[in-house]
Design a protein around this ligand. Structure first.
Ligand SMILES: [Zn+2]
Length: 335
């Protein structure tokens, strides 16, 4: 398919983004506006072929830049406005984003102020659900009691296990995820990115999550892949992130297409566009260019995002039928 036809097709599809860290989505232009002398138009980590050496390098560059911006609820609001306007431009209708619980302790800010600052930035035409990103070692004397309160915040949609998978899986995590579910929260977990496939099955079995963030390394274990099918778990995948962080060596070897063939439900998102300089459209384009995704397969991925979305059945149905309509238009053009 030609690049203009693909771009037109992608633009025509209503889309979702279900794996997005708000701090990692800080638009680079906001940093330039804030301090043009300090920030280059193209930092070295936005060069097209740049790859991170390690998760630690990625994290330190992300933290360094995010900390230069996020210092108040207002700063979250300002960034979220620009981030969501880019979603509108790309015909994205539904977003799930997380903010990092560690920022509540670092900024000494009430978490609900950050949460509401993000929600207040949502434009007309976009539905946004906000999650709290919680690291494996987050249950500190300071943050623990706040996390306990957070699962009662009515505006909070859910929680997401964040951060280094090499940190120990502490004993508070499973009971906390269970309590969050009892409070009606959607639960997610990052697993199988840098950690092995067994982290994916642990998240499914012990945390009872139906939403895994990444899950890429599930491809190393047949049983884990079958578990994802049997338990109807969705993988919110970020292929460009996986290549730039060397989770896979190149896009051609990304397992997303194989997962889909096996019946594992996958969605596509950008993870941290501040770090990867990627857009949702570039994620889909890259699947077409490097993994020979067809229009039908792209539409399948896009539909999956709406299938798992926290939207009314009628709204989902309407978006899903719009996607079907766009596909049948493409088939008419091709036929
Ligand atoms: Zn992530």
């Amino acid at each position: 398919m030609s690049p203009p036809a693909l771009n037109q097709f992608l633009a025509s599809l209503p889309k979702t983004e279900t794996h997005l860290h708000i701090e990692g989505a800080l638009p680079w232009e906001l940093l330039i506006e804030k301090d043009p002398a300090k920030f280059n138009p193209v930092p070295f980590f936005h060069e097209p072929n740049f790859k991170y050496q390690s998760f630690e390098q990625f994290e330190s560059i992300l933290i360094e830049h995010a900390m230069g911006w996020f210092d108040s609820a207002e700063s979250y609001h300002e960034a979220a406005k620009v981030i969501f306007s880019k979603h509108i431009q790309q015909n994205v209708k539904y977003v799930e984003t997380s903010f990092h619980a560690g920022m509540i302790e670092f900024l000494k800010l009430p978490g609900e102020e950050i949460l509401n600052a993000i929600l207040d930035a949502v434009p007309k035409g976009l539905e946004v659900r906000v999650f709290l990103g919680i690291s494996r070692n987050a249950y500190t004397p300071y943050l623990g009691p706040i996390l306990d309160q957070a699962i009662g915040w009515s505006n909070l949609s859910g929680i997401d296990l964040h951060g280094l998978e090499s940190l120990p899986f502490e004993t508070w995590i499973s009971p906390f995820w269970k309590r969050a579910q009892e409070h009606g929260k959607t639960v997610k977990a990052h697993a199988g990115e840098f950690g092995p496939a067994s982290n994916v099955s642990q998240a499914v079995k012990e945390l009872k999550v139906k939403r895994i963030q990444h899950g890429t390394r599930a491809f190393e274990d047949e049983e884990v892949m079958q578990l994802l099918v049997d338990e109807q778990v969705t993988l919110d995948m970020c292929p460009i992130s996986n290549v730039k962080l060397r989770v896979v060596d190149r896009m051609e070897n990304h397992p997303i297409k194989d997962f889909m063939k096996r019946g594992i439900r996958c969605t596509v998102s950008t993870d941290d566009p501040l770090s990867f300089n990627n857009s949702l459209n570039e994620e889909y384009t890259s699947l077409v260019n490097h993994l020979s995704f067809s229009y039908q397969e792209i539409a399948h991925l896009v539909s999956n995002g709406f299938e798992v979305a926290d939207l009314s059945e009628a709204t989902k149905k309407s978006f899903l039928s719009q996607i079907k309509e766009e596909i049948s238009k493409m088939n008419r053009v091709d036929g």
